[in-house]
Design a protein around this ligand. Structure first.
Ligand code: G
Ligand code: MN
Length: 435
């Protein structure tokens, strides 16, 4: 029978060409659940025999434990693709048990010395990394290691550390970007956007960082920090007489905390900010989590008078049922639909039907990523109530945006009107087309 794992402590001569194939037999846990441990063990033994036969003219085979096997091939003339095919061919013969037959499901990750790895230790680590990819893949059953796989893995951990470090040092900054009434240019609210002072983090795409932070619950810390910065900002401006609101992005993770709404209420009273000054932006993923705690938190926020904006609408799995059932005041149409306006027929169709749907559901619509006059005018003509984007104002740091607000503040009404930013036709008093 094959050797055990400790013998896989391979020594490689520098001149050699060595391939290490790690092979996982799938469906073993399925077999345990369906037939019990004994049958699952039989399945593994069956797979071992099949693999041993297939590996005979490829190299040495080892059982690594559980459902994992390794084939080590020392050869000058190695065809890795053919070797994988031969191993995968074991799937054709089914495992028989009491009249039921089960086809093996194999996944292979492999790496080659010296092209992929510089020593034996790297070779086994990198092959294992490739196996993880193969197990996750829907389309490929055998995957060769690529350097990008470890780069991604290393980065994720060091990025998590960097985010923690940056939070500890107050390197998270809130930028603000206004949304305005599409007709009048009156500021309807600001969106708070996270920006990092850390040079390393600046290199990374914000969305990518949030995804990484989401894996480790760091998003809740980021959300809380952004919330505080935003409320402090809005409190200062409110004291100067500005009638404004601020919308803070929140991840599903934050909304999953049962005490979320009560902690939020505490922060509002601590900073003396009226709940109506705060809005929360949530992405569709928050809704598709279909989580009772999230739904309850959303209702509690609604009762407190905090409006919910649904972000990036249309970019993911828009669930119309939740849009209808949950207290969502405003829908933000994703900028990917705005960028093609007004020329692109598909975008027009989506934007117009979203606006109509929202009107019938009694919700406001905001278009994000508005960069041109044409986009703005088109959106206005189809009844989209608010616009946000570079055309109106780029996101800016707290101080810059505060100055802009104070500059455009109507002292007696508290309204902030960016009339000087309206498209020419609107500023000249041309009124809306009938949609
Ligand atoms: O997903 P969300 O809507 O929160 O994304 C906001 C992001 O979009 C921010 O990073 C912001 O800087 C960016 N953004 C804001 N306005 C525009 C715009 O007009 N065009 C583009 N391309 N990006 C924008
Ligand atoms: Mn947003």
């Amino acid at each position: 029978m094959m050797e055990a794992v400790r013998n896989l402590d391979v020594s490689i001569a520098p001149s050699e060409l060595v391939a290490l194939y790690l092979c996982r037999v799938g469906k073993v846990s399925h077999a345990i659940e369906a037939f019990g441990f004994d049958v699952a063990t039989e399945l593994v033994v069956f797979a071992a025999k099949q693999l041993e036969r297939a590996a005979a003219d490829i190299g040495q085979i080892f059982h690594l434990g559980g459902a994992d096997f390794a084939v080590l091939a020392h050869s000058e003339h190695l065809d890795e693709v053919a070797a994988c095919e031969r191993l995968l061919a074991c799937e054709t013969e089914p495992f028989q048990h009491g009249g039921a037959s089960l086809h093996l499901k194999l996944r292979i990750g492999y790496a080659v010395f010296p092209r992929d790895a510089v020593n034996a230790e790297e070779l086994s680590r990198f092959a294992a990394r490739a196996l993880t990819e193969a197990i996750a893949s829907r389309t490929q059953r055998a995957i060769r290691f690529k350097p990008a796989m470890v780069l991604a893995a290393i980065n994720i951990e060091s990025i998590e550390d960097t985010i923690r470090h940056a939070l500890d040092r107050d390197w998270l900054e809130a930028y603000f970007q206004p949304r305005v009434d599409a007709m009048t240019g009156r500021v309807t609210g600001f969106e708070a956007l996270a920006r990092w002072r850390s040079l390393v983090l600046k290199e990374h795409d914000t969305l990518e960082l949030i995804k990484i932070a989401e894996r480790s619950m760091l998003t809740t810390d980021i959300d809380t920090r952004m919330l505080r910065l935003s409320l402090e900002w809005v409190a200062t401006l409110t004291r100067s007489g500005a009638d404004i609101t601020v919308a803070v992005n929140h991840s599903a993770r934050s909304l999953q905390r049962p005490d979320f709404a009560s902690r939020l209420a505490e922060m509002l009273s601590e900073l003396a900010v009226a709940p109506a000054r705060l809005q929360l932006e949530l992405t569709e993923t928050v809704l598709i989590e279909d989580d009772a705690v999230i739904a309850e938190n959303l209702r509690a926020l609604h009762r407190q008078g905090i409006a919910i904006l649904l972000d990036d609408f249309g970019s993911g799995y828009s669930s119309l049922r939740y849009l209808h059932e949950l207290p969502i005041a405003t829908v933000k149409i994703d900028k990917s639909f705005v960028s093609g306006l007004p020329a692109e027929g598909g975008s027009r169709l989506i934007v117009e039907s979203t606006v109509q749907l929202c009107q019938r559901l009694g919700k406001h619509t905001v278009a994000e990523g508005v960069e041109t006059d044409e986009q703005w005018e088109y959106l206005r003509s189809v009844g989209c109530e608010e616009v946000q984007g570079y055309r109106i104002a780029r996101p800016a740091d707290a101080e810059t945006m505060r100055d802009l607000v104070l500059h455009h503040l109507h002292a007696h009404s508290g309204a902030v009107v960016l009339a000087d930013r309206l498209p020419e036709s609107a500023a000249a008093g041309n009124s809306v087309n009938q949609a």
